[in-house]
Design a protein around this ligand. Structure first.
Ligand code: KIV
Ligand code: ZN
Length: 390
């Protein structure tokens, strides 16, 4: 049975780029947009066109070069924002306007000093207005994570009536628990009477480290789009990480869900984004961190050398990483030392290995990591008579 496809909406260039210090110029954004298109994302959120002339120009230029993905511009539920976004998207093959408004009590009361009725009216008018320019209009109910489900359902129904093709349900503050977020999506599927006319989208922030789990609960309960960023960058603790949700669906056949992402480009894309934004990826980051396929304890190394799957659930080649790394530290065992020594041309017998290993441990205790260049030195210091000459 073929798997159902979940759309990937990449917002690296909008929500991701909002991170202090991550600002990109148009040329840098164009390189990333082209790569995202090759990666196979369905939507590229290219910016917030009214926010600055630079952002407007980036959306214009990205619209010209992206061939496959929809190009999307963010707006508030404000006519001028929508006009500017429509103008910036004119050259896009598949333009999308992403408009919306806060729907939680706190947004309605403190941010807008408004009422529920007026908020629905403003959202409705915004979607209708955006539809005059493009067919594909996504509506976001900001802070949907803290919006009560009955009211949210009413909002969704009205926005679909106005012509919204996608309903974005953001957990803007990263507050929801996975089961709550899943129930919210299920509630909308079951209680919005015209829901079959739109796709539900998950947009989860990572304030409690739950963005990935929440997005997965969202799609398990009927959402069919995930909004995410490369390396999970984004406001505060970030957004859902693209590489994580993609690989969760790919690795778990029982979910019966997949994406169109070419996962072999994930590692390279992660490096590209990290370098151009000068935003390092934490070494233990799932899928793309420097240690994601590195093994350093003796027990794990022995297992991986015997059979990679013992300690790896993903084949590194599938995400564009050339091979698993066997890192030599004072916690490594004989198997790892023999493996690394063999890789650089030293085949050690069992007796030789015993001798070299005790020298290795002395060396490793002084260092964080033993490199390939250190191995001949260790062997030499071991005073082996029958070893390969240097
Ligand atoms: O987190 C959020 O609510 C957003 C919206 C503007 C879509 O980024
Ligand atoms: Zn966001």
């Amino acid at each position: 049975m073929s798997k159902e496809i979940v759309q990937i909406f990449d917002t690296t260039l909008r929500d991701g780029e909002q991170v202090p210090g991550c600002k990109l110029n148009t040329d840098q954004k164009l390189i990333i947009a082209e790569r995202l298109d090759d990666l196979g994302v369905n939507v590229i959120e290219a910016g917030f066109p009214i926010s600055s002339p630079g952002d407007f120009n980036s959306v214009v230029e990205i619209s010209k070069i992206v061939k496959n993905a929809s190009v999307c511009g963010l707006t508030r539920a404000v006519k001028k924002d929508i006009e500017v976004a429509a103008e910036s998207l004119k050259k896009a093959v598949y333009p999308r306007i992403h408009t919306g408004i806060g729907t939680s009590n706190s947004h309605i009361k403190y941010k807008f000093n408004s009422t529920r009725e007026k908020i629905i009216e403003q959202g409705f008018e915004a979607v209708k207005y955006a539809k005059k320019f493009v067919n594909d209009v996504e509506f976001y109910a900001e802070d949907a994570g803290r919006t009560d489900n009955e009211f949210l359902a009413k909002v969704c129904e009205k926005m679909i009536e106005a012509g919204a093709t996608v309903l974005n349900i953001p957990d803007t503050t990263g507050y929801c628990l996975p089961f709550e977020y899943g129930e919210k999506i299920k509630f909308l599927k079951e209680n919005v009477k015209n829901i079959d006319k739109a796709i539900i989208s998950c947009h989860c922030h990572n304030d409690l480290g739950l963005a990935t789990a929440n997005s997965i609960y969202g799609v398990l309960n009927g959402a069919r789009q995930i909004e995410c960023t490369i390396n999970g960058i984004g406001e505060r603790a970030g957004n859902t990480s693209l590489e994580e949700v993609v690989m969760i669906m790919r690795q778990h056949d029982q979910l019966n869900l997949d994406t169109n992402i070419n996962s072999k480009l994930l590692y390279d894309t992660s490096k590209m984004v990290s370098e151009s934004m000068a935003m390092p990826v934490q070494p233990n980051k799932a899928i793309v961190g420097a240690n994601a396929f590195a093994h350093s304890s003796g027990i794990h190394q022995d297992g991986v050398i015997k059979k990679r799957e013992t300690y790896e659930i993903i084949n590194p080649l599938d995400v564009g990483v050339n091979e698993s790394a066997i890192v030599l530290t004072a916690r490594s065992g004989r198997a790892a030392l023999a493996y690394r020594a063999k890789n650089i041309g030293f085949e050690l017998t069992k007796n030789q290995l015993d001798i070299v290993y005790s020298e290795f441990l002395k060396f490793a205790d002084q260092k964080k990591e033993v490199k390939d260049k250190d191995i001949p030195v260790i062997i030499k210091n071991s005073n082996l008579k029958s070893i390969i000459s240097f």
